[in-house]
Design a protein around this ligand. Structure first.
Ligand SMILES: [Fe+2]
Length: 244
């Protein structure tokens, strides 16, 4: 599997606090069937130090090799969208996924839907493909889930968190994530892992659930094929979306 959304880099954000924890996360990911991980540390315009990101990235990469942990590390960021972030993207001071046109983005949970929509339009017009992290967690989505259908029509990619589907962010979030899956409004499922105790990078449970409750084809598309396409800058596959 390819995990497209993780906070595995040590000491960069509220994810892994140390190299030891990052390596334990890597072990956990590998033991659950993951062979590639995208290190999407949090970024917004005023907290970003790209050099710090690359230092942590290299430190982890070297440690993985030294310990013979078979996990491929890919670069990226989870960009908190604001006006300033748009400017930073334009100045190329934030990282896309593996240097492609795909940007993993998130919003304030209390953001207005029209503001989120405005940011996404600007990115689209600039030639980017936004991947919306955990749509099921935003309040505006919980109020009006039909927006997800519109966003898929706009060619935005929707990435659900495995812990949302598994019910670890509460029942509202779980219900919405499952509804999105039932309506073919999700193209990627990722861990959004922050550590080894809570919000972990262990992906075998969600893989089994997607296989058994939906289909092996869905599991493969959301956990392997679409993440691979994104990393390679190719178009993602979307099962025919259904309106709410
Ligand atoms: Fe995240």
């Amino acid at each position: 599997m390819i995990d497209l959304h993780t906070h595995i880099l040590p000491g960069i954000d509220d994810g892994s606090p140390s190299l030891e924890e990052s390596l334990a996360m890597a072990d956990m990911a590998v033991n659950s069937g993951v062979d590639t991980i995208v290190a999407t540390s949090h970024a917004c315009s005023n907290n970003v130090n790209t050099q710090r990101y690359w230092d942590a990235y290299q430190q982890l990469k070297d440690a993985l090799e030294k310990r013979h942990i078979p996990l491929k590390l890919i670069c990226g960021m989870e960009i908190f969208l604001t006006e300033d972030a748009l400017e930073a993207i334009e100045n190329k001071s934030l990282l896309s996924i593996n240097n492609t046109k795909y940007l993993l983005v998130e919003f304030d949970f209390e953001e207005e839907a029209w503001v989120a929509e405005y940011y996404l339009q600007i990115l689209k017009e600039a030639g980017y493909h936004p991947i919306i992290a955990h749509p099921e967690r935003y309040h505006f989505m919980q109020r009006d889930p039909s927006l997800a259908y519109y966003w898929v029509q706009q060619d935005y990619v929707l990435q659900a968190n495995k812990d949302s589907i598994l019910g670890r962010f509460g029942s509202n979030c779980q219900r919405l994530a499952i509804e999105f899956l039932n309506h073919n409004l999700i193209q990627v499922v990722a861990s959004d892992a922050h550590g080894i105790r809570r919000r972990t990078p262990r992906m075998n449970g969600i893989q089994a659930l997607l296989k058994n409750e939906f289909s092996p084809l869905y599991a493969n598309m959301f956990l392997n094929e679409n993440p691979r396409r994104i990393i390679q800058g190719e178009e993602v596959y979307t099962f025919p979306p259904r309106l709410f």
